[in-house]
Design a protein around this ligand. Structure first.
Ligand code: WTA
Length: 576
């Protein structure tokens, strides 16, 4: 039902939203007006970490809890803004003692532990570039990212280090490994606690130009290895304003972002934008489970919750009785990101929590939310909403010509907003190819309706979104052909009612090897270990041939159409 509307009556607005007149703000807002929301040094320079933490720690919010942390095994810790300032200062001093300089890359390969949060901030304070690596990555994924970024320092733990040990020999630029859970140095690694214990709590935060690099994240496209997306220090302005307007974060909120800092959401809205607003953030190290998640919402009195459609669908599937066992009345704003949020999910929020889920749309490349449903605005369930004030969004054809309402095309944004990627690490051409006719082309397709709401249709390329995580088919194919029984592989995202998509691989086996269930399992295990725990094909089909162009490129679009029983389209360029 595309014409259905959720009207924002008073009872759906438990608090006056920060953005209380969307149209008026949209029409008049310019980013420059918001510069005063940040603290600038006297020399007109900034530092994102200083804005996220130090300015709070030096003012009235000094002893306010910034981070409620709960470990996988139930250990609970609290950190005030002052704690985070001192810990990130110490960490910055540790890096300085190790010779880290402005622009060097410092990577974190960790589960959601406190060291990741203050380490990330401490890195920004030195002027170095912080990068994160999702803890499910295997050695191949790690190698590609650490090698491309030429990371100098890696912060990890004892368990994850075993994966790093296998590739360390081929990473000559990697100078030091810091272990967060080792009391003393061990086999070529230093103990972070030990280094921290001798470090000062005072640190002179690096004054950065607004466009100097702050952090980088690897993300996947259709072809080639993952690309290192670089964001500038000024990105925090976009994250701060969008956290205020779209997530409606206020300083007295207890906010839970369920995304991992290995992905952009966990950084933009798990560290930077939300702490910059002075809110308290909950971090749960453990895995997802419906009962545990409801328990956390209740126990920490979470007020604003930012999560993903796959999680919402799993919660829905767990039944409506379960949430009713918990007192969740504190929740006042619910948001979602990462994949299309079905209208059912939006409405289910309303049924269970009394408020609907608000969909938000953006990407690693965009640094922050670009299109969203705002608390003040009526929701059309299934729509991603309208552009954030300061963002000009359009639907354009492949030449960058804007299309009228109701026409499908590329979702595109006028360049120049503060969270926009600043470069793709060592791939300038790739970066430039993202812009056509003064539009940033997102790679997503959609349309805009007559009221200015944007609707998502799908990806323009073969990028897979499985349980909200972005996976490049090329990376999976490359890992598959490393398996001793595999000659060739083609990988697609196959629609799935819970996960959005699952990864499906079509595999040609070596002569004489017979396909079997055991071989499927064996290949899956191989991918989990070598590439990533989340990026393995849940389905594998053994085939004798793969559709290819004359130049030998596998045509995934053809595999996908066949899998879904759709018309195959033009096959004139195919060989087989
Ligand atoms: C998809 C995540 C539909 C989209 C912040 C985009 C969405 C990719 C939505 C970026 C949404 C994100 N509706 N699709 N609300 N939000 N996507 O880089 O395809 O991990 O291009 O950033 O996720 O994924 P990424």
């Amino acid at each position: 039902m595309r014409d259905e509307i959720i009207k924002k009556t008073k009872e759906l607005l438990p608090k006056e939203p920060s953005l209380n007149d969307y149209d008026k703000t949209y029409q008049s807002f310019e980013w420059k007006q918001a510069y005063k929301e940040l603290d600038w040094f006297e020399d007109n320079k900034i530092n994102a970490a200083y804005n996220a933490v130090d300015r709070n720690a030096q003012g009235d919010r000094k002893n306010k809890v910034a981070l409620y942390w709960e470990s996988d095994d139930g250990q609970k810790l609290k950190y005030t803004f002052l704690d985070l300032m001192e810990l990130s200062n110490k960490f910055a001093n540790v890096l300085k003692n190790l010779g880290v300089e402005r622009g060097d890359r410092v990577f974190f390969f960790l589960p959601r532990v406190p060291e990741l949060y203050y380490g990330f901030l401490g890195t920004l304070k030195t002027g170095a570039i912080a990068g994160t690596l999702f803890a499910a990555f295997g050695e191949q994924a790690l190698f590609d990212r650490l090698q491309n970024s030429a990371a100098k320092i890696l912060v990890t733990n004892k368990e994850l280090k075993e994966r790093v040990d296998k590739i360390k020999g081929d990473l000559p630029k990697l100078e030091k490994i810091l272990l967060v859970d080792a009391a003393r140095g061990d086999r070529g690694a230093l103990s972070l606690p030990r280094e921290m214990s001798g470090a000062s709590e005072e640190f002179k935060v690096a004054h950065m130009d607004a466009d100097e690099s702050a952090f980088m994240l690897y993300t996947s496209g259709t072809t080639g290895k993952p690309k290192g997306i670089i964001h500038q220090h000024l990105a925090i302005l976009h994250q701060h304003m969008s956290a205020k307007w779209a997530l409606d974060i206020k300083e007295d909120d207890i906010y839970w972002c369920t995304a991992d800092p290995g992905w952009v959401t966990g950084i933009a809205y798990g560290i930077l934008g939300t702490w910059s607003l002075g809110a308290a953030t909950l971090v749960y190290e453990g895995r997802f489970s419906p009962a545990k998640w409801y328990e956390l919402l209740q126990e920490y009195d979470v007020t604003v919750w930012y999560t993903a459609p796959t999680a919402i669908r799993i919660l829905m599937a767990a039944g409506d009785e379960l949430p009713r066992k918990y007192d969740l009345h504190q929740l006042r704003h619910l948001c979602s990101v990462g994949e299309p949020l079905n209208p059912e999910g939006v409405k289910w929020g309303k049924k269970i929590f009394g408020i609907p889920f608000h969909d938000t749309w953006w990407q690693t490349e965009t640094g922050g939310i670009l299109i969203a449903n705002y608390p003040i605005m009526d929701i059309k369930p299934g729509s991603m909403g309208k552009p954030l004030p300061g963002i000009i969004a359009g639907i354009v054809d492949d030449n960058g010509k804007e299309l009228p309402p109701m026409r499908e095309g590329n979702i595109a944004i006028r360049p120049g907003w503060p969270g926009m990627m600043q470069k793709i690490w060592r791939r300038q051409q790739k970066y430039e190819s993202c812009f056509i006719n003064n539009w940033y082309i997102s790679g997503d397709r959609g349309y805009k309706d007559k009221d200015g709401y944007f609707w998502f249709i799908g990806r323009a390329d073969d990028v897979i979104k499985t349980a909200g995580e972005r996976v490049g088919p090329f990376e999976v194919e490359s890992a598959l052909v490393e398996h001793p029984s595999v000659v060739e592989a083609g990988v697609i995202g196959k629609p799935d009612p819970i996960r959005g998509e699952i990864i499906k691989a079509f595999v040609i086996l070596k002569d004489g090897v017979k396909g079997s269930d055991k071989l499927v399992e064996d290949i899956q295990k191989y991918i989990k270990k070598h590439l990533a725990g989340h990026a393995y094909p849940r389905e594998i089909e053994f085939v004798n041939s793969l559709p290819k162009t004359r130049s030998g490129k596998i045509v995934r679009r053809f595999l996908k159409a066949k899998e879904m029983g759709l018309p195959i389209g033009d096959t004139s360029t195919l060989v087989e």
